[in-house]
Design a protein around this ligand. Structure first.
Ligand code: SF4
Ligand code: SF4
Length: 264
């Protein structure tokens, strides 16, 4: 009896740096077993050989920043049974979403010698703002272990077990001294989703929120604590505006801080 066909995997890129796709290649020891169970049908980062959909599992990296990309993601969605977005760009618009708070025409004139050649949207937005998404994997870049969990869950026909608690919980689990309490270092860990193992506090730095907002982030309380640490309103505004500035919870927190800040 012939073997059943393997599920077909596709990986697509939009506006992004490719780091989250590279996480799949970084799997190294686990990559061959994964490749043995999936037919890698479309993954330009790994192979120039591609084949058309439909696809059973599609991983999408990057944000939507052009009209062409807004059309392309709809075509990809139509060809995909399960669509998973990977990384801060795909789940929250990425660092390029800083344009959402500024005048993109001014950027275009300042950066490009021929701005008339550049066609772009005024905003950078998450994939889920354009099409239904079955699962969002956070991080900048994503965690290899969480990516393998998502792929394993897909192959096993179950929902991925990816924690949504805060980085603080990871700090406590590994016995890391709290940099905010012990040293007064500003830290976004209380409102940021875990997944990194609290790397930054473990190396005596505050978390800067690269995994984006956790399930129920209390940004009002954290903002109050940042004020206690003597951070000026403008600095508080900027602390929420990094890789996940357009994630709703961080956007609201930055706008609330902006209301008090002297500069736009
Ligand atoms: S160092 Fe940051 S992430 Fe860790 S417990 Fe303190 S506030 Fe939370
Ligand atoms: S501690 Fe924060 S900034 Fe550092 S890797 Fe983890 S989520 Fe990212």
């Amino acid at each position: 009896m012939a073997d059943a066909p393997k599920p077909r995997l596709a990986v697509f890129k939009f506006a992004s740096c490719d780091g989250c796709q590279l996480t799949l290649l970084d799997c190294e020891d686990e990559l061959l077993p994964v490749a043995a169970r999936l037919d890698i049908a479309n993954f330009l980062e790994a192979s120039k050989a591609t084949s058309d959909g439909p696809y059973d599992l599609t991983l999408v990296e990057g944000s939507i920043t052009t009209e062409g990309d807004a059309r392309r993601i709809k075509e990809i969605r139509a060809q995909s049974t399960f669509l998973v977005t990977i990384g801060a760009c795909a789940t929250a618009g990425g660092i390029q979403a800083l344009r959402n708070f500024a005048d993109v025409e001014e950027f275009r004139r300042a950066v490009y010698a021929r701005p008339d050649y550049i066609s772009t949207l005024r905003t950078s937005t998450a994939i889920a703002d354009h099409v239904p998404v079955d699962f969002e994997l956070r991080g900048c870049p994503i965690s290899k272990e969480q990516l393998l969990e998502v792929i394993g869950a897909f192959l096993g026909g179950r929902r991925p077990d990816v924690p949504t608690e805060s980085v603080c919980v990871a700090c406590k689990r590994r016995g890391t001294v709290c940099v905010m309490v012990a040293h007064g270092t500003p830290c976004l860990g209380p409102v940021t989703q875990t997944g990194c193992g609290a790397i930054c506090p473990t190396f005596h730095r505050g978390c800067y929120g690269c995994f984006g907002p956790q399930d129920a982030p209390n940004t009002d309380s954290l903002t109050q604590q940042l004020r206690v640490l003597q951070m000026p309103p403008d600095a508080i505004r900027r602390v929420y505006r990094t890789f996940n500035s357009n994630a709703p919870a961080f956007r609201r927190a930055s706008e609330a801080a902006r209301a008090e800040a002297p500069t736009p």
